[in-house]
Design a protein. Structure first.
Length: 368
């Protein structure tokens, strides 16, 4: 399957760069917002390279006092990647903190970005508010848009599959690329954001109806949840608060259960689990008219989600029993990623004219 990525980089190599903060297991919000797109891109024969980063250094910006949480989550996130189908033979999985070039690049980019520009970034504003950092904001967290630009440009990333909330970050990365190239010469490439086609997948709300599914808010369904855990969460999900009796007309818009169905229902789901309805539109119409209870809709959603999660659980169980396999995949991927990032850093330093010894060797015909 070939995917048409439109943007300025259509004639350049297609390189995918994306990743996640290891602050816990991944959830279905991660899947619909980004992970599913990675699987599609992984199958695209026009993609030249694909890198998936476990962003532990970024996770430490707001977990500096709890490194054990980050450390334990690195393997958990890697297992989630492998369980959903990320293939290390086609996709390089690596650990951010083990790539020294990223941190050096961040330092150089900081000279090209103003504090005022970072302050205007709406994603940064929202994340600061959500974490209550207004009074005690870690500098490392504040400068995340700059370090993320390093993560992307180190691998000459042209395609970044992320959730809708990350769009301002990608735009800031493009600004940094343009400023660097204008100042030092054409070295870096501008990335393009790759968003899900399904509007329900741009950002999946939490089970409690909150705007964002978040580990810290406790409103998540994890990819590794057991069938019983899934049942408990689905049956307690937020619906229409005014839909008290079965016969009451219900509202579909803003109803979390229907939002999840929009994201996960398959063409054969109704035939398998709810044959009295032809499709999701028919189910929604009945709910709007009244006469359809929340419990019935939740039970249908439970079956749909369980069908999706069951093979992921099975694959994850294998990696939980064989952590040495995961460690070796991360080791090889990180070595490859380190090599790629060093090549980009060398090009940058040459353009900046700070590759002193290489230049002196040429100037004075020195041989080392």
């Amino acid at each position: 399957m070939n995917i048409d990525i439109r943007g300025k980089n259509m004639n350049k190599n297609k390189v995918v760069l994306t990743g996640d903060r290891p602050t816990g297991r991944l959830h279905i919000g991660h899947y619909v917002g980004s992970l599913r797109q990675r699987l599609i891109l992984q199958e695209d024969s026009s993609i030249d390279k694909m890198f998936v980063m476990i962003a532990d250094a970024q996770a430490l910006t707001d977990n500096a006092d709890n490194p054990e949480k980050v450390r334990e989550s690195v393997l958990q996130v890697a297992m989630d990647y492998l369980a959903i189908g990320i293939d290390p033979a086609r996709t390089t999985i690596f650990i951010q903190s083990q790539i020294p070039a990223l941190h050096e690049m961040t330092m150089y980019y900081m000279n090209l970005v103003t504090v005022a520009r970072v302050q205007r970034n709406p994603t940064v504003k929202n994340e600061i508010k959500m974490r209550g950092f207004e009074a005690n904001l870690p500098v490392g967290f504040f400068t995340y848009p700059i370090s993320q630009a390093s993560d992307i440009t180190a691998f000459m990333g042209t395609i970044v599959p992320v959730g809708e909330d990350q769009e301002p970050m990608i735009e800031q990365c493009r600004e940094i690329v343009r400023k660097f190239n204008a100042t030092y010469g054409e070295v870096l490439v501008e990335p393009e954001i790759y968003l899900p086609d399904n509007k329900a997948c741009l950002r999946l709300p939490g089970t409690d109806g909150q705007a964002k599914m978040s580990k810290s808010l406790g409103n998540t369904i994890y990819l590794s949840d057991s069938e019983q855990e899934l049942k408990t969460k689905v049956m307690s999900m937020y619906t229409d608060p005014n839909h008290i009796k079965v016969e009451d007309p219900g509202q579909v818009e803003g109803n979390t259960v229907f939002t999840y169905l929009d994201a996960f229902v398959q063409p054969d789901s109704f035939e398998k689990y709810l044959p009295e309805y032809k499709d999701l539109d028919e189910l929604k119409d009945h709910y709007r008219r009244g006469g359809l209870g929340d419990v019935k809709v939740k039970k249908f959603l439970l079956k749909v989600l369980n069908e999706f999660l069951e093979p992921i659980r099975e694959r994850r169980a294998y990696y939980e029993e064989h952590p040495e396999v995961v460690v070796e995949i991360l080791r090889k991927g990180t070595e490859l990623a380190n090599s790629e990032a060093e090549k980009t850093l060398d090009k940058m330093k040459k353009a900046m004219q700070i590759d002193y010894f290489n230049q002196w060797n040429e100037d004075y015909n020195l041989k080392y």
